[in-house]
Design a protein around this ligand. Structure first.
Ligand code: URA
Length: 304
């Protein structure tokens, strides 16, 4: 009996320690200075996460009759409900803080009322995004999960806790950056059972097309120096390139958006999604190299 309890205790302790390790970001000693950036070594493509294929929603929804634009459909014009501040902004001029705050609030309201795709019928809360309107750095994930759907805030689950550690490792606080997603509502594999855990999926091409203008407007309003795309879905949507994440990682791209003109150049770098890092802790070293490239550009020093 005592032996059984001891064995159970040892196993609980082992699981606890394993979980701690997975949840840490920096597993190895970090270089002292961010300036000492090493180009990330490329890994063989098949050892890195691949972009999940778009899925088709087969369930009938109350609003399923709504038209979903195809992913290839060009969306070059400003949508009719573009925030007034975006429309009013002078081309080439970055908005003031109060203009940004007003434009983001207006956009968040539009997102909360959005029913352009079936996800609008199954979400609990839309998740527009949050953060510092003057952020130099913006993180973009793929879409809200279970916890985010319940709280209406991005990256608040386990992946979000790791993202917070990644941000802290860069010498920043979550409040200093802006965090958003490509899709603003929770994509579920089984939308008829939203209470289920493990019910997350990547947004499909139609859902991404419906949501694209929102993330584009957020980037144009905030106009950060750098956008970090977290994972293949965000990287492919924003770099507009059919390559896999492994091919896109490790270098900066000039960001070009379909529906808005950026007031000044913004660069984008793709790295691993924190959820992928939780599943594959061995990739954290490469993610850290990616983030160090960002730190070097922004003149940030590591917190460690
Ligand atoms: N994964 C994402 O891509 N975004 C979130 O907000 C949470 C988890």
């Amino acid at each position: 009996m005592a032996q059984d309890s001891l064995r159970r205790l040892a196993s609980d302790l082992k699981n606890f320690l394993a979980a701690q390790d997975e949840d840490e970001f920096i597993l190895t000693a970090a270089p002292k200075r961010a300036a000492a950036v090493v180009s990330p070594k490329r890994q063989p493509a098949d050892s890195l996460p691949q972009m999940p294929e778009g899925e088709t929603l087969t369930v009938e929804f109350a609003r399923a009759h709504q038209r979903i634009p195809s992913a290839s459909e060009p969306q070059t014009e400003l949508p009719a409900n573009t925030p007034a501040a975006v429309q009013a902004a002078k081309p080439g001029a970055v908005m003031t803080s109060s203009q940004k705050t007003a434009a983001l609030a207006e956009l968040a309201e539009t997102i909360k009322n959005c029913t352009r795709c079936p996800l609008g019928a199954t979400r609990i809360h839309a998740v527009p995004g949050e953060g510092n309107v003057e952020a130099e750095l913006m993180f973009v994930g793929e879409g809200p999960g279970f916890d985010e759907d319940r709280q209406g805030r991005p990256f608040v689950g386990r992946a979000g806790q790791l993202l917070d550690k990644m941000i802290a490792a860069m010498g920043l606080a979550r409040e200093q950056v802006f965090i958003a997603n490509i899709a603003k509502c929770h994509p579920m594999t089984d939308p008829l059972h939203p209470e289920k855990h493990g019910n997350d999926r990547a947004p499909n091409a139609g859902e991404i097309a419906c949501c694209r203008k929102y993330i584009e407007q957020q980037i144009a309003i905030i106009c950060p120096k750098i956008v970090v795309a977290l994972g293949g879905v965000a990287a492919k949507a924003l770099i507009a390139d059919a390559k896999s994440l492994s091919a896109l990682r490790g270098k900066f791209y000039d960001l070009h958006l379909d529906s808005v003109t950026l007031p000044r150049p913004v660069q984008i770098l793709a790295t691993f999604h924190p959820a992928a890092l939780l599943r594959n802790p061995g990739w954290k070293k490469d993610a850290w190299l990616d983030l160090q490239m960002v730190m070097a550009k922004l003149g940030l020093k590591s917190a460690k």
